[in-house]
Design a protein around this ligand. Sequence first.
Ligand code: 5GP
Length: 130
Amino acid sequence: MASIFSKIVAGEIPCYKVAETDKFFAFLDINPVVRGHVLCIPKQEVDYIFDLDDETFVGLHLFAKRIAKGLKKVCSCIKVGEAVVGIDVPHVHIHLMPLNKPGDLNFSHHVEMSSDEFDSLAKEIAAAID
Ligand code: 5GP
C-alpha cells in the first residue's frame, strides 16, 4: 500500500507544497513543531533513510539544503535545524525546522496554524527557494 507521503506526491491527499523536482518533494508538516516546519522526501518510497541508494541519499540532502536556504529567508531564525526520525511515517523524510533557541527542535511541542497561514507560508517559502 502506498504511504501517506506517496499519496501526497500523487495529489491524492492535499498538502502545502513548497518545492518539487523529478525525484524529491517538500511540503509543510501538518503538525508543525515550529512555524516553518518542512518535510523533504524522495518520491521513491523507502522506509529507512540509510537504505536509500547513495545517489538518492545525497540528492535528498542537496534538495533539503536548497529548501533550508529558502526557508531561512522567510522564517526569521538563527539556523534551520534538520532531523530524521521516521517512526510514524514509513517513507523517508527530513524534518527542517527554523530554530531560535535550544529546545525549539522538540517533537513534544507544536504550534497551531490556520489553513490560510499554512497556505500563505508555503507560497512564501516556495517563492524564496532558488
Ligand atoms: P516521523 O515519522 O518523523 O516520526 O514524523 C512524521 C511527521 O509527518 C510528523 O511530524 C507528522 O506531523 C507529519 N505528517 C504525518 N501525516 C501527515 C500528513 O498527512 N501531511 C503532512 N503534511 N504531514 C504529515
